[in-house]
Write a protein that binds this ligand. Sequence first.
Ligand code: G6P
Length: 600
Amino acid sequence: MCGIVGYLGDHKASDIILSGLEKLEYRGYDSCGIFFHDLDHDQYITYKDKGRVKHLMDDFDYQFTNHLAIGHTRWATHGRPNLENSHPHFSLSKRLGIVHNGVIENYQELTAKYLSDITFSSETDTEVIVNLIEYFLDELPIEESIRKTLSLLEGSYALLIIDTHDPSIIYAAKSKSPLLIGLHPEGITLASDVMALIGHATHYYPMEDKTFAVVSQNNDVYEYQIYDIIGTKLSPELLEMDLVLDEIGKAGYSHYMLKEICEQPSVVRKIMSKYLDSETCRIPEDVISFFMDATRIYIIAAGTSMHAGFVGKYYFEHISHIPTEVFIASEFAYNQPLISSERPLFVFISQSGETADLRACLTKIKERKFPTITITNVATSTLAREADRFIEIHAGPEIAVASTKAYVGQVTILAIIAYQLAPHKPFSLARELSRLAVAMDAIIDKRDYIGRIVSDKLTHRNCFYIGRGLDYFTCLEAALKLKEISYIQAEGFAAGELKHGTIALIEEGTPVIALISQKRINHNTRANIREVLSRGAEVIVISLTDVSESADQVILMDVHEMLSPLLMVIPTQLIAFYSALHLNRDIDKPRNLAKSVTVE
Ligand code: G6P
């Protein structure tokens, strides 16, 4: 987690850092800070505090000319979110300033071996890095001191370092945590995510693991050199910037989350245009062949992406007839199951492509030489680069911390793959996806109605979602969304399972939201609804027209049963959104969360 930005160039560095940090706040927002060179007085200035980037922008003075700066927005791992633990951190002499994203696992050993005399001013592992560099400066020049330090670090890091002896250089290094170098003739920007480079780079380079970069100004020219850990020069392959500022704005919506919910019909249409040509799948053959060769699929994911994985399992088994299992990444990493298939395929689903729990699994799977594929929204991400193949979701940048359109993108892609692998095509996927997008538009147009239901009925401190089959998977996602942004304690249950214990929690007025899209099991779920109604629950039923009853509160246009998770999830996202709005929560940046979880 954490976001870092650095800039060296003709423009005002503090402006670029602050707007970059705002765009990276989804990575953590416990505290933030900036370190820059004040050219007017040839001095260095640090501002940092707990709280949001807005505070850093509004309550500090940036009137000085400055062209060199680094900044940080933090999701606390080592030490509480307070002023002392906020980045940047400094070496004892204050010669070196550093910002860091990642976790150094052996910081205590390094402290004991090299830095036992030092009294640190924070509880962070980052202060160890910067002091270690200073420790080696007694004998080595700065670049070698940094490289020597990097060679000792275990764990993950993206680092930006300023040496106050030279205001024309930024040093950068990366291992496991993402770091990109954005290039423009007027300056060089470094950031954890391409979003912070928009407007400041024409091309960029995602740094590789265990590489080190020196960004410098030579007269009016801005240059960079990339080295591996032993100092060999590397020649990076540059990528063109294809994101524009409009794609990361709110486009008139009050919240990113609402914008992203409303974009979902266009996400489905965009994915169709990328990967489906009438009935023909356009996912590259070399990717599809991985699936065709597999005798068992293992899906590994976390959070919302894992819920997409459950739907994917259903699709692979019911449409493609390939046995599939879904694993929680953080469990799989350290408790691997027996891999019983001869030709397993490991599919990593991740909107960010950076989730540390998945990366840990990918490393272990690669050691065993099994084939791997990542499905991700970020084509330049670590998981995309490190798997054998990757499929891009094309949902566009998702900025709200709670994932909505990336989930819909993941499920749509899983449907397309499963359909392609189907021995017999059970329906016309192109036609059904087009109908789905229309049905999505219809419920999104009626979103105010969902807002009214929520303010009448979702007033309790807890809530249950119930459903069967595919609806059960949607219940899990629906409950997670509600928890994440409203802080209402919500649980998703297989409707038939509720009575085996949890029904004890149902009392007068407890909200129970039932999802019904599957005809075959409609009457079973209806029976479960009656069970909770007779115990006083306040029930909201969301159903497809074909299986609806007149008293149902939300009735959606019919879509193919297989695609129902893509439609049913939308009213649940809106329920979460309006509940959080009603409770005055920070919807786009809920407490304690981060969008990209780069620590295990
Ligand atoms: C975090 C996010 C969730 C997300 C999960 C997995 O917890 O807050 O929204 O579902 O990570 O992230 P990934 O990027 O791997 O899909």
